[in-house]
Write a protein that binds this ligand. Structure first.
Ligand code: GDP
Ligand code: IMO
Ligand code: MG
Length: 429
């Protein structure tokens, strides 16, 4: 069966882009299925670093066809900028290589302004969104007021709907948030020129994927965000507005489950989070600084999309087991193991303590996370630099023990281990 999914098991930024890049070598199609340009996926190829926000990571491989599925929300302005930026870097992008779902929803200047205004109004209860208009676009989709990209095919006919949407956004901005409204005429003219650029890329992508899968062609579904940011199953309300999980992948690709093969849970060797919300194993001392890095290395923990420093802490096995329950992982890919080399202390969260009892699993979902105290177990640390390891046996014994502890706690085999951002810094097991 030819459909593999690459999913984040944590709060995003697990290294999905680099794992997708590796799988893309043997795939015909690489498809994103949810989220928008809140995502930031990094692929390192020798001295080049590609930062992808909307376009699937497969675009870097010349043979790949890339699909942006119906579950996505797309800002035409940032999409066009990303296409042009990649083209300038020598990546071949044309309507024969990149197909965008007609049913994906648009992110408009109204959604962008509302995201910022809503976050501002939340004050200290802010969610820490990326301010890319994600929440407002999915809100309008669910309220059946959204604009699908198919509107770009007959943009003249759809101008009244676009105008109505912008007028409604302005009423919200001016009356509720006491802000200036948007320049509606300018927004309409911009969209008209963008429609001409994007129309050739639009297609019924579910049909394309189904046909390819029927013929046995391999497809990689590239997740964005992570399981703990899932709208239903994440740390609500500190979540995104989409479903970055197995079920969301099928929905956002527009296909059934019959083709599913590997469901890869990409898991960072420690835990990070950008934005607000509970984080039981978060560190605030110099160990957090060690895990985050100073920003001198490109892989240090600063957001690809917003540049915000990421919150860092120890890997949480309770949450990993939970992510497995939601997604049904067939395997794990552990990333950034190299960052743990030389740490003076290495810990894992193995259970939670609450009301005097210990729990290895969450009995009432993630809503109780704030009141959970992590039960930590010390692991043997290692001093060796491991970025040159290419096989399991190249890893120091404590590193192998660490991985085996994760594997048996999650009850999912680890099949890939990443020890650096470069293409060859990946061990297969
Ligand atoms: P994504 O959103 O899940 O694709 O992850 P990001 O690209 O936002 O963040 C992961 C960062 O870590 C990127 O800068 C990657 O180049 C980098 N990275 C991925 N795997 C490894 C690894 O094994 N070691 C190191 N040092 N960096 C890695
Ligand atoms: P990738 O694909 C990390 C977080 C935001 C915020 C919350 C809601 O690179 O892993 P939103 O703008 O989606 O309404 O913000 O979700 N978030 C991410 N965090 N990686 C991401 O994507 C994220 N996409 C959204 O920081 O906490
Ligand atoms: Mg990222």
């Amino acid at each position: 069966m030819p459909l593999d999914l690459v999913l984040g098991s944590q709060w995003g930024d697990e290294g999905k882009g680099r794992i997708t890049d590796s799988l893309a070598r043997q795939a015909k199609i690489v498809a994103r299925f949810s989220g928008g340009d809140n995502a930031g996926h990094t692929v390192t190829v020798a001295e080049r670093r590609y930062q992808l926000h909307l376009i699937p990571s497969g675009i870097i491989h010349e043979h790949s066809l890339c699909v942006m599925g119906s579950g996505m929300v797309v800002n035409p302005t940032t999409l066009i900028a990303e296409i042009k930026e990649l083209q300038a870097a020598g990546v071949d992008i044309n309507p024969g290589r990149l197909l965008i779902s007609l049913s994906a929803h648009m992110i408009t200047p109204g959604h962008l302004a509302l995201d910022a205004a809503e976050e501002g109004a939340r004050g200290s209860a802010r969610l820490g969104t990326t301010k890319r208009g994600i929440g407002p676009s999915y809100t309008h989709k669910a309220a059946r007021q959204g604009l699908r990209l198919e509107a770009l095919l007959s943009v003249q006919e759809n101008i009244p709907r676009f105008r109505q949407h912008l007028e409604a956004s302005n009423r919200m901005l001016e009356r509720i948030y006491e802000q200036d409204g948007l320049d509606i005429q300018h927004a309409i003219e911009t969209l008209q020129s963008q429609a001409e650029f994007l129309a050739p890329y639009l297609a019924d992508t579910g049909q394309v994927l189904d046909q390819a899968l029927r013929q046995g062609q391999r497809v990689v579904g590239e997740g964005a965000q992570g399981t703990l940011l899932d709208l239903d199953h994440g740390t609500y309300p500190y979540v995104t507005s989409s479903h970055p999980t197995t079920a969301g992948a099928l929905l956002g690709l527009g296909i059934g489950p019959q083709y599913l093969d590997r469901i890869i849970g990409v898991t960072k060797a420690f835990q990070t989070r950008v934005g607000e919300g509970p984080f039981p194993t978060e560190l605030h001392d110099e160990l957090a600084e060690r895990l985050r890095g100073s920003g001198a290395n490109p892989w240090d923990e600063f957001g690809t999309t917003t540049g915000r420093p990421r919150r860092c802490g120890w890997l949480d096995l309770v949450l990993l087991r939970y992510a497995h329950r939601i997604n049904g992982f067939t395997e794990l890919a552990i990333t950034k193991l190299d960052i743990l080399s030389g740490l003076p202390l290495l810990m894992l969260c193995v259970a939670y303590k609450r009301n005097g009892s210990e729990w290895e699993d969450l009995s009432d979902g993630l809503s109780s996370l704030e009141s959970c105290e992590p039960v930590m177990e010390e692991q043997s640390a290692w001093a060796e630099v491991i970025s040159r390891a290419r096989e399991w046996r190249d890893l120091p014994l404590p590193a192998r023990d660490y991985l085996e502890t994760i594997e048996s706690a999650a009850n999912v085999p680890i099949k890939m281990v990443s020890v650096g951002p470069e293409r060859d810094q990946l061990l297969y097991r």
